[in-house]
Design a protein around this ligand. Structure first.
Ligand SMILES: Cc1cc2nc3c(=O)[nH]c(=O)nc-3n(C[C@H](O)[C@H](O)[C@H](O)COP(=O)(O)O)c2cc1C
Length: 496
């Protein structure tokens, strides 16, 4: 079959993809229509909003929470949290609500693309709801918003968790969107928390070498899809606005900041505009991060002065605080990373990959399961090493378990069972040293951290039946699909 015929066939199999919302308010209406919206009144930003998030994190079908009447802030100023759950997660990514997490991951990998033909550039408009309220210079007061203290051990309030920062490359002007959490320091100051190598950081470093401040706009309440793209590893030089346009099938409408000229969606809820100072740092954190542990205290990050604030009437902060694992953040990352990692492994030439899952309990990075139909000696080693080190799999990885095609790698217990039964530790575990990792990894030694050596080691667990005697390996008692459906047909009533 030719490539285009294959593409045609795969296109025919695609599920219908449509984003049923343009801004956060449309999204809320959709979640309400699905019966998954809960209003919470009177919760404090100091503690209650974080407590409520702690409760819903234990149930992936828990509703999205819209906090209103927050004590001490202007009536109508709101916070929304736990958006990625229930059946609304499918709606958020643009699919029908009945898909399983693996089907949703696969459907997402079908539509997500940063390739040239899939991009639709934004259009610029003069005005939009985000300019309903404007504060400039001395009028700026970012403490008026109900930014929560999300976790009991946090070092302060975080206005940005479900947010993204927009910066321009000083060399060629392309706009990057990056989700980097935003800690409030005072009524006009926040911290700029970009990790090493992140695009916002690169833009900052390029300006800093010339002794210049970095202009930035921070969108702290906007439509979920643009936020999702802000948290995605879109390649350098490609603007996430173009990717969102492609996913929507129409251009994103942008306005320009009145001070920096940087662009942001005309329908955003709250936007802070300012400058990051290369000379001055402020303490950032501790913060309950995605590994399920707090970042160290004493961490210093560049200071960002806010010079303008724009917001809609009755503005809404989009909250997305990580919790102990598994949580909303890890469920979201597992769905949006797993099928893409599978495709990356396949694209490198590994044949007969049956499944890939980046597990929730590892924050979608630290535990990856991959299953293959073994074709030749060394096939399993090749698949696992590539999953551990290809671009989509390398960052913050830790364990990769490779197993056979009869194992459902998205099922954590089944994956661990395979590792226990098909791996002989001394013979079947390999290690890789000095991998690319995250500051958030709590196991980085303090001395190593102080030296800036942000690397870790990886464990590759070979949990395939040994190739040369796989036919003689004791057969699994796991029933086949046929046997299971026969059993269900005959005796399913026992569970009614
Ligand atoms: C909710 C959330 C919070 C995040 N916080 C940070 C952060 O504070 N700093 C950071 O460097 N990356 C953070 N990330 C990861 C980056 O958003 C991600 O690596 C993204 O690709 C960065 O954009 P860039 O590739 O354009 O730099 C976060 C991601 C999400 C989804």
């Amino acid at each position: 079959m030719t490539d285009s015929a294959k593409a045609e066939e795969s296109h025919d199999h695609n599920l219908r993809h449509i984003l049923a919302y343009e801004d956060l308010r449309d999204w809320i209406a959709e979640a309400d229509r699905l019966g998954e919206l809960r209003h919470v009144t009177g919760a404090s930003w100091e503690q209650d909003i974080g407590l409520a998030c702690t409760v819903v994190k234990y149930d992936e079908n828990a509703p999205v929470l819209l906090f209103d009447d927050i004590p001490g802030v202007e009536p109508g100023f709101r916070v929304i949290a736990n958006f990625f759950g229930g059946t609304r997660k499918n709606m958020t990514l643009g699919f029908e609500t009945g898909l399983s997490k693996v089907e949703l991951s696969d459907a997402w990998a079908d539509v997500y693309s940063h390739e040239q033909g899939a991009l639709i550039p934004p259009v610029y408009v003069e005005d939009g709801p985000v300019f309903e309220n404007i504060q400039m210079g001395d009028e700026v007061d970012i403490e008026k918003f109900p930014s929560p203290v999300w976790h009991e051990g946090d070092g302060g309030r975080y206005i940005g968790t479900g947010s993204y920062n927009v910066t321009a490359d000083p060399d060629d002007g392309w706009f990057n969107l990056g989700c980097y959490r935003i800690m409030l320091k005072d009524s006009k100051t926040v911290a700029f928390n970009t990790g090493l190598g992140k695009h916002g950081r690169v833009h900052f470093e390029k300006n800093a070498t010339k002794g210049e401040k970095t202009p930035v706009v921070m969108v702290v309440g906007g439509d979920p899809m643009t936020f999702i793209m802000g948290g995605y590893e879109v390649p350098s030089g490609v603007s996430e606005y173009d990717v969102v346009g492609g996913l929507r099938g129409k251009p994103v409408e942008l306005v320009r900041g009145k001070v920096t000229g940087l662009p942001f969606p005309a329908n955003a809820e709250i936007v802070l505009e300012g400058y990051v100072d290369p000379e001055v740092e402020v303490p950032e954190g501790p913060f309950g991060d995605w590994c399920g542990s707090y970042t160290e205290s004493g961490r210093m990050r560049p200071k960002c002065e806010v010079v303008a604030v724009y917001h809609r009437n009755d503005p809404i902060i989009l909250g997305f605080p990580p919790q102990s694992l598994p949580d909303e953040y890890s469920r979201f990352r597992s769905i949006t990373r797993s099928a893409l990692l599978r495709r990356a492994v396949e694209a490198s030439g590994v044949p007969d990959v049956k499944g890939v899952w980046c597990h929730e309990v590892g924050g979608s990075h630290m535990l990856t399961g991959i299953s293959i139909t073994q074709r030749y000696p060394g096939h399993s080693t090749q698949a696992a090493q590539i999953a551990a080190q290809c671009q989509s799999g390398a960052y913050a990885g830790k364990w990769v378990i490779v197993t056979d095609d009869d194992v459902d790698v998205a099922d954590l217990e089944e994956l661990i069972w395979a590792a226990l039964m098909r791996c002989d530790p001394v013979n079947d575990i390999d290690f890789i040293k000095y991998g690319w990792t995250s500051f958030a990894d709590p196991r980085i030694d303090p001395e190593q951290r102080a030296e800036g050596n942000i690397t870790n080691s990886r464990m590759i667990i070979g949990a395939c039946k040994p190739f040369h005697w796989k036919e003689a390996f004791n057969k699994s008692t796991k029933p086949s699909e046929e046997l299971l459906s026969m059993a269900r047909e005959k005796f399913g009533y026992l569970l009614d």
